[in-house]
Design a protein around this ligand. Structure first.
Ligand code: PAZ
Length: 341
């Protein structure tokens, strides 16, 4: 059974309606809508589960023709890596990601410390080939990538600003409603809590010599006046995706706050799972907080250094997402079973 729909006229509903009315959709919105509809329909007919994986940070533009913006931290590693494990487990994936952040499969060769050119060489005939010691690794990644291409199980949807993100999230959620409990939302993106409403945003680049142009500045200082972004998780859980499984992430820097903030989010939104992580240790430990339960997931051979201050990485090739995603899928299995009974 799904969650009850939002009562009409609630504050959340009004804030949501105002937000979408005052902040127009991105240019590619209608085109993406068609792509999502077709993708969902195909996988629904094939009886495949679909994961919406969000990834990367949203921006808050200071100008409509954006030169400057406030950014949210995230390289897109968590999202891109998790998407691969969902695909490997038979899910189709809609990958709602920050434009130019890491993507499933190409992430192995696209980071600046992992540049694809370092994997190549020019042979004696002048042909570009993959270096011998990378052949097997690249073949494995390429096979998985090509499988996703052939089976059309991966749909890439980019966003840049928080508004683009929210338009795409809402529309995709509405499209996924046909799947009922067979959809899972895995919200790893780092989404801005504050933004500048469209009607207060400068059209052109804010000029230091014309400090009142954007309505943002006072004297010689640039004062940025931000409004809160409506609590979209509430809208998602209660309104846009009432029957789907919803997994949110919580990023903190203070270890003492992590569990309490994750629990608070779970209570506030009444969804299925919050995955908590700390900025410094996120690559090797997370905590899964679900109603009445918390479970730490850690990569072996990682932990505090001898001073107990920082964590260190041992060079393990095991990725923590290979441990997280199967646990999420097990919870999804249980949720689907409970819905069917
Ligand atoms: O992309 P990345 O691997 O560098 O970082 C992932 C993350 C820390 C942004 C993600 O795991 C997360 O916690 N996202 C939610 C952030 C938030 O609390 O808004």
């Amino acid at each position: 059974m799904g969650r009850p729909a939002l009562s009409s006229g609630s504050t959340v509903e009004t804030a949501e309606a105002d937000y979408f009315q005052n902040n127009p959709p991105p240019k590619e919105f209608s085109q993406n809508k068609q792509l999502v509809r077709a993708f969902v329909q195909r996988h629904s007919e094939q009886g495949r589960r679909v994961a919406l994986v969000t990834s990367g940070g949203t921006t808050v533009p200071l100008e409509n023709q954006t030169v400057r913006f406030i950014d949210n931290f995230s390289a897109g590693t968590r999202g891109a890596t998790s998407a691969e494990y969902f695909l490997e487990n038979g899910y189709a994936v809609i990958f709602l990601h920050r434009r130019f952040s890491l993507l499933p499969y190409s992430r192995h060769y696209s980071h600046t410390t992992n540049c694809f050119l370092d994997f190549m060489e020019i042979d004696q005939q002048g042909k570009v080939t993959v270096k011998n010691n990378y052949q097997i690794g690249m073949q494995t990644v390429l096979q998985k990538y090509q499988r996703a291409q052939t089976e059309q199980t991966l749909l890439l949807l980019p966003f840049t600003s928080v508004t683009e993100y929210l338009w795409s999230l809402r529309d995709t959620a509405l499209s996924l409603q046909v799947l009922g409990p067979n959809a899972v939302f895995y919200l790893a993106a780092a989404v801005s809590d504050f933004f500048i409403p469209r009607d207060r945003m400068s059209e052109h680049k804010i000029q230091s010599g014309d400090l009142n142009a954007a309505g943002l500045s006072q004297g010689t200082k640039l004062v940025v006046d931000l409004d809160p972004v409506p609590k979209f998780l509430k809208s998602l859980v209660d309104g846009w995706a009432p029957n789907a499984m919803i997994v949110s992430f919580k990023l903190e820097t203070d270890p003492l706050l992590l569990i309490s903030k994750a629990k608070k989010a779970l209570e506030r939104y009444s969804h299925h799972l919050v995955i908590g992580n700390l900025l410094l240790t996120r690559a090797w430990e997370v905590v899964l907080v679900s109603p009445g339960r918390e479970e730490w997931v850690r990569l072996p051979n990682h932990g505090p250094d001898p001073t107990g201050t920082f964590a260190f990485e041992s060079g393990s090739v095991l990725e923590i997402e290979s441990l997280i995603v199967p646990k999420v899928i097990r919870l999804h299995d249980v949720m689907i079973q409970q819905t069917c009974n």
